[in-house]
Design a protein around this ligand. Structure first.
Ligand SMILES: [Zn+2]
Length: 368
């Protein structure tokens, strides 16, 4: 008796990925010649090989500058961005950021807006705020600063007025607040085991995951005209249901997928039809991104990004092809981060075209 619903489900999913699906699929062989945009990379070194592999694989890039102690200084990141953009202005875009130094003082807003305007004049198409807001940064009184602090309003109003999107990485994967044995991915488990200073489960005195998400949500609601990109699936990577609620509450928001594919694969292995239906329903709200980071030699190994190798172009090609296989085709592949095989979502071509290209073109206003 209990078999019947399962058989019915199998039939439905077979129809979804089979010949009855009205929209055709891309194949693995289509990978290199479909136009694609990686909306979340970090070029921390002026490396023409990054542009070469992007050209070979059919990618344009958005490199995001971040106020991150393990990355080069902000000024150096900006220099790299200008050099890379000069090499291939069509293929290479960048997002600027700002320093929290002096936050809350009367001069901070004017100084920050001036610096941002300089960056836009040099080609920056977006602004990044990082998880240091909410988790590290303090004001002149030594009080922790959260993203919904009204002292950001002058800068956010400036972005709204100029039509510049904000990319926000707030909080961490929810796994960061869970005991090791309850984490859902191996990559999070090994990372937080090795970096107790960043492992919030060990720091109950710090803001909770829920408090950081609530501050972020109040911020997005407070700035309904701001084009908002929640990096890393808006730190709701653990539940497409939660992310759907976030999208429904905040029509001005999109998210990128950077460095969270394994969290999706955990969910699609449990309920593939649900994750596929999520992508189809929210096909205008999702930007493909990886967090690929091209670092100077001897990178600080603490950076929570795909592991650095000596062969960055090979690493980039492998990540991009694995993600394509998962999103665009029904083919299965071994995913070490979840200790399992993950069958692909086989998203219809029009959905792939939006996630990989059209949404980023629209959101970052890249039309040319
Ligand atoms: Zn990143």
């Amino acid at each position: 008796m209990r078999l019947l619903p399962n058989i019915a489900l199998l039939t439905v999913s077979a129809l979804l990925i089979g010949a009855a699906d009205p929209a055709p699929l891309y194949s693995e062989a289509d990978f290199a010649h479909v136009a694609k945009f990686d909306a979340h990379v970090h070029a921390n070194v002026s490396d023409p090989r990054f542009l070469d592999v992007a050209r070979r694989d059919g990618f344009e890039l958005l490199s995001i500058n971040v106020d991150y102690p393990d990355f080069p200084a902000l000024r150096d990141q900006a220099t790299v961005a200008h050099e890379m953009r000069a090499k291939d202005p069509r293929r290479f875009r960048f997002a600027t950021t700002f320093s929290m130094q002096g936050f809350g003082t009367p001069e901070w807003t004017a100084r920050t807006n001036r610096a941002l305007d300089d960056a836009f004049a040099r080609g920056a198409v977006a602004v990044k705020v990082w998880k240091n807001i909410g988790m590290v940064a303090t004001d002149a009184e030594g009080k922790r600063v959260f993203l919904d602090d009204p002292r950001f309003d002058g800068v956010m109003a400036h972005l709204e007025q100029r039509g510049i999107p904000l990319i926000a990485h707030q909080a961490e994967p929810k796994n960061c607040w869970l005991p090791l044995d309850q984490m859902t991915t191996e990559n999070d488990r090994s990372y937080f085991r090795e970096h107790p200073e960043y492992y919030m489960y060990l720091h109950p005195e710090e803001p909770s995951y829920e408090a950081l998400m609530a501050a972020r949500d109040r911020f997005v609601a407070r700035h309904p005209k701001l084009a908002f990109d929640g990096a890393h699936m808006a730190s709701l990577e653990w539940s497409v249901d939660e992310l759907a609620r976030f999208f429904d509450r905040h029509p001005n928001a999109v998210v990128d997928l950077a460095a969270r594919m394994s969290n999706l694969q955990v969910q699609s292995n449990a309920d593939r039809a649900k994750v596929r239906a999520f992508f189809i329903k929210y096909q205008d709200r999702i930007l493909y991104g990886t967090d690929l980071t091209d670092s100077p030699p001897d990178p600080a190994a603490r950076a929570q990004n795909p592991p650095a190798t000596n062969d960055f172009p090979k690493e980039a090609d492998q990540v991009w092809r694995a993600d394509w296989r998962y999103l665009a085709t029904p083919l299965s592949q071994r995913v070490d981060a979840i200790n399992a095989d993950a069958p692909g979502l086989a998203l219809p071509r029009p959905v792939i075209d939006k996630i990989y290209w059209k949404n980023a073109q629209r959101f970052f206003k890249l039309g040319k």
